[in-house]
Design a protein around this ligand. Structure first.
Ligand code: DQQ
Length: 584
């Protein structure tokens, strides 16, 4: 009884908080988006004062300062480009420019000078997020949001390379016929941003989306253009949904119904489904739907079986936001980039001299069941794998914890497949939990509370005596004739330090258990644990800041706290090398 009442109050408090946020966002004209700390925006750290302890080794991070959204990712003439929102003067959000890095393999990156920064009347108050489109004739063009006044009025601009024969496209120019799109009457001019990559319709006209809202309704505004210069707003948005708040960073792309290949953004037809992802300003989570693009009406209709709203499918059930995909013609795949913010207090970011990372790029494909997407770290990451530790057919009885003796447990890639003799011992899924989200169920059940089948999984970034650890694990429940698989990445015991945001992030895994197997991969990198359950069906990222489980004092374990024994069918762990800079 006590559990239900405490849970009830927890729920009510969360709903009230969301309502408060909603009112703040929607009623007083102040957009939630990024927290603004004016006093810290320009506190420049020198690289010698940057704290190294929790910096990542193989995730994308500039040497110092604040980063957020990945922008305009593209592949052009043999080179991958990543632009991203960056504060060149401090480690909180502010003074935003488009920083620019290039790579030939998505892993080893070389920084270049910022590509786009405030310099013209149409972007003098900020150069916010946007996308790249490679136009016919092999001409890349960037669309981005410019902030034109102190009231945060948003317009859409374009930029083109100054010199197409420069293999790295170092310099970008913003022609004087900008802005291309201004918010017309009836559009909320402070919630009108983040243009997508363009796609071409059968009529030969280009289309893009711009994210926004009308009152509490999230909107993906549709614009069309014949020549990429003159853009006209379509009468109807491509899609809109009541009670979802402002839509940031929309992304819209095709996926083949069958097969693993990615598709160029303009591909359409009966063999193709479409995906619409939006980043929700109010909750700071994203959700996506899979559906049909009605090209006659120029509208997107999500599949009826999916939830179109705050509780919809997510790319990642943890710290992951403002993501963007691009088509990689080099390997015919679609790749997803996502930003992970810090989970420590802002004062720690100021002291560290840095904040924010880009997660490992993921290939994204449609699950053969058509009901969700599958994500997996790009294959190039495997080149960083060093020494291997291999385990096979090792039984884990209730309470067992076995060390994986990987060289650097703070910097590792681990893949494990568990099998179990039967599903009979799975505990009952409480009927009252059906209304909860996975995170609530995880916070009730945890990694130490004994279950029937599970919890079992990995203890990452663990100290030897378990004062600190971040468990990533499964727990299987029975719900009538069906089974419910819960996957958690629980940061509650990740650090002895106070003041961290350390939730028990979790998602359900829609997986067929008839082979009685569950697999898990975790990328551990000092202050990030990025995990992929059931071959990429459910992904969860946690940011954590251990105080003891750092460097050589970090350990990696496999554990089982369920009554049913589980077997490690196979386990492979590698310590991970640091990427090199590309020599250019
Ligand atoms: N970040 C950008 C905006 C976008 C938001 C500003 C999402 O363009 O809506 O830095 O994180």
């Amino acid at each position: 009884m006590e559990y239900f009442s405490s849970h009830y109050y927890h729920k009510v408090a969360r709903v009230l908080l969301l309502l408060l946020l909603f009112v703040l966002v929607c009623e007083n004209g102040v957009e939630a988006s990024h927290r603004v700390y004016y006093e810290y925006q320009s506190l420049s750290s020198t690289s010698s004062s940057v704290k190294q302890q929790h910096r990542t080794a193989y995730h994308f991070q500039p040497p110092q300062h604040w980063i957020n959204d990945p922008n305009g990712p593209m592949y052009y003439n043999g080179v991958y480009h990543l632009f991203y929102q960056y504060n060149p003067k401090g480690s909180v959000w502010g003074n935003i420019v488009w920083a620019h890095s290039v790579s030939t393999d998505l892993i080893n990156w070389t920084p270049l000078d910022p590509a786009i920064f405030p310099s013209k009347p149409f972007d003098q108050y900020g150069c916010w997020s946007g996308s790249a489109t490679v136009l016919p004739g092999n001409k890349p063009t960037i669309l981005y949001t410019g902030i034109i006044d102190a009231n945060n009025t948003q317009v859409q601009n374009y930029a083109v390379p100054a010199n197409l024969s420069d293999p790295y496209l170092r310099e970008w120019v913003k022609p004087d016929d900008n802005p291309l799109i201004v918010p017309q009457i009836g559009i909320n001019k402070t919630a009108f941003r983040d243009p997508t990559t363009a796609w071409k319709g059968k009529d030969g006209h280009w289309r893009i989306l711009v994210g926004g809202r009308r009152k509490h309704r999230g909107i993906a505004f549709l614009y069309r253009s014949r020549d990429f210069k003159k853009w006209v707003k379509a009468k109807h948005p491509l899609h809109t949904k009541a009670e979802t708040g402002n839509w940031e960073c929309p992304d819209f792309f095709p996926v083949p119904k069958i097969g693993l290949k990615g598709l160029d953004t303009s591909v359409m037809g009966t063999n193709v489904k479409h995906v619409l992802k939006v980043s929700l300003d109010v909750t700071r989570y994203e959700y996506y739907t899979i559906g049909t693009y009605d090209t006659k009406k120029d509208r997107y209709v999500p599949d009826k079986t999916l939830v179109d709203g705050w509780k919809g499918l997510r790319y990642d059930y943890g710290n992951f936001y403002a993501s963007k995909t691009f088509f990689d013609p080099n390997k015919n795949r679609r790749i997803l980039w996502g930003w992970a913010n810090e989970s420590d207090p802002v004062q720690d970011d100021i002291d560290k001299g840095w904040a924010g990372i880009q997660l490992i790029p993921r290939t994204i494909t449609l699950d053969p069941n058509g009901k969700q997407l599958i994500q997996w770290p790009v294959e190039e990451l495997e080149r960083l794998r060093g020494q291997n530790v291999y385990m096979i057919n090792q039984v884990l009885n209730k309470g067992d914890r076995v060390e994986v003796p990987v060289g650097t447990a703070a910097q590792a890639d681990v893949e494990v497949t568990f099998n179990f003799p039967s599903l009979d011992s799975a505990e009952e899924f409480e009927p009252s939990w059906r209304k909860l989200d996975a995170q609530d169920v995880c916070s009730e059940t945890g990694s130490t509370v004994e279950g029937g089948l599970g919890p079992f999984g990995l203890l990452t970034l663990a100290s030897e005596n378990l004062e600190e650890y971040t468990p990533v694990f499964f727990r299987v429940f029975k719900d009538g004739k069906k089974y419910v698989v819960l996957m958690c990445s629980d940061a509650r015991r990740s650090s002895l330090k106070d003041g961290m945001y350390n939730p028990s992030f979790a998602g359900f895994v829609d997986v067929d258990l008839s082979d009685k197997k569950l697999s898990l991969r975790s990328l551990v990198d000092h202050s990030v644990v990025e995990s992929f359950g059931a071959n990429g069906k459910t992904c969860i990222t946690s940011r954590v800041y251990p105080t003891i489980a750092v460097g050589d004092n970090a350990h990696l374990y496999v554990f089982n706290n369920g009554t049913t024994s589980v077997t490690i069918e196979t386990l492979d762990a590698w310590d991970m090398k640091r990427p090199d800079r590309m020599n250019i």
